[in-house]
Design a protein around this ligand. Sequence first.
Ligand code: HEC
Length: 196
Amino acid sequence: MKNICSILTVSSLVILALVSAVAISCHQNPAKEIAYSPERIEIGQAVVEGWNCTFCHSPQIQGPDGKFIADPKRFMSGHPSDEELPTVPDMVMTSPEWMEFLDNLDSTVWATDNLIVFSANLTPDDETGIGTWSETEFVETIREGRHKGIERRIKYPMPWQELSELSNEELLSVYEYLMTLEPVDNKVPPSIVLFR
Ligand code: HEC
């Protein structure tokens, strides 16, 4: 009896060790292992939809009724890296004003008199999205208008000044909502300077 008990004890310890090893290896990204509250995710989703982040950050496809919608397969994944670069019309190049996006360009490409800017990948992909970003890096990006809060400046038309009016709770909810999205592997190109 004693022997059976010790065999059982040893084998359950081995099983426990194996289970923990698997659990640890599944949880490499600390940001994504957190179970966020459904209420917060709902707030985050409402902010993302209300502020039209979806429009600028998702490639569009034509829906059944002919209207353009965010492509569900590439939702919030920014400007597609494999898309051909649009030609920027002279009208845009010669305008001293910042330009809104043009009908002939995708809503993930924005042209100004001097720059072509591409919308960022906000899915939790570790390599090409915000999968490895901390909550603080995300909130500070919006508050400071800098990549991860301290790096390069975030360019127009990303409305970070307006978005920085959101409360910490709202911005954290946006982060949490984004972390629950399907990661999309899409490396958005850096912006292009047209004239130096
Ligand atoms: C009018 C279009 C537009 C809207 C609306 C918009 N964005 Fe952006 N966003 C952009 C563009 C374009 C960039 C890339 C700017 C750059 O490369 O400097 C960007 C960049 C970002 C970045 C920085 C990514 C990085 O790698 O540094 C974050 C974070 C972000 N947007 C979050 C949001 C969120 C959250 C919302 C909605 C609450 C939102 N954006 C709404 C166009 C938009």
